[in-house]
Design a protein around this ligand. Structure first.
Ligand SMILES: Nc1ncnc2c1ncn2[C@@H]1O[C@H](COP(=O)(O)OP(=O)(O)OP(=O)(O)O)[C@@H](O)[C@H]1O
Length: 226
């Protein structure tokens, strides 16, 4: 299981400080990140696999500094964007899924087997020759997820994975997250998704305001909104 250490992290965009002193050790299998709009959740999520490097402090993934070992960190920690259009790059479903394997130089038969396996797992097998950009929103989210999981990261960060989905597809993605063997860190406004998680961290104004098990954390968070 991956350990992510966030030590004295500040994140500035010009003069604006989006994260103002974060110290966390992330070791649990399912971690939810919640908080109001603009509280810093997405900024925090992007720090976890080096998509963003902190302006101050350090993020260490199994001891690897994201500022120095971005590539190795991204092999350990995958990232699923809120909008799958940001992630889908190839015009055909099976090509898009295979893209993540490109750098690994696998024999073709092995690569094809991995593609088959992951497409079947997400119910996309029948759509393998289909245009990726013509998929429905839910199918695109599953394709984006398939493209990340095929690279077998130890941990997957999701930034609002169900926000753009209808109830059926949101449930499907929630099921995929629940059944993942990897650890998952999920930024969401969908509090129901977090009920059986191990830990919930609440952001407020660029800082951690609550950090607890889901029951007490969410009760306090909901209390702050009343
Ligand atoms: N690249 C950037 N340049 C300037 N400001 C930014 C940038 N990225 C984020 N911010 C600012 O940092 C703050 C935190 O943004 P962030 O996207 O992390 O919030 P969030 O909690 O994910 O919000 P939401 O729930 O609305 O998605 C916001 O005020 C945002 O405008």
């Amino acid at each position: 299981m991956t350990t992510i250490e966030i030590a004295a992290v500040h994140q500035r965009f010009d003069t604006f400080e989006a994260l103002r002193g974060i110290d966390l050790m992330l070791t649990e299998r399912r971690i939810g990140i919640v908080g109001g709009n603009g509280s810093g959740k997405s900024t925090f999520a992007r720090l976890l696999n080096g998509l963003l490097v902190p302006t101050e402090g350090k993020v260490l993934v199994d001891g690897l500094d994201t500022a120095r070992s971005g590539k190795a960190v991204r092999r350990k920690v995958g990232f699923v964007f809120q909008n799958p259009d940001n992630q889908i790059v190839f015009p055909v479903v099976e090509e898009d899924v295979a893209f993540g394997l490109k750098g690994l130089k696998l024999p073709k038969a092995e690569r094809d087997a991995l593609v088959d396996q992951v497409l079947d797992r997400f119910g996309l097998g029948a759509l393998r020759a289909h245009s990726s950009h013509a998929l429905s929103g839910g199918q695109k989210q599953l394709l984006a997820l398939a493209g990340v999981l095929i690279t077998q990261p130890d941990c997957v960060v999701f930034d609002e994975p169900t926000t753009l989905l209808d109830l059926r597809n949101a449930r499907k993605v929630a099921g995929v997250i629940r059944d993942l063997e990897q650890s998952a860190i999920v930024v969401t406004h969908d509090l129901g998704l977090l009920a059986d998680f191990d830990r919930v961290i609440v952001f407020e104004n660029g800082k951690v305001s609550i950090d607890d098990r889901p029951g007490p954390a969410l009760a306090r968070y909901i209390g702050t909104m009343q």
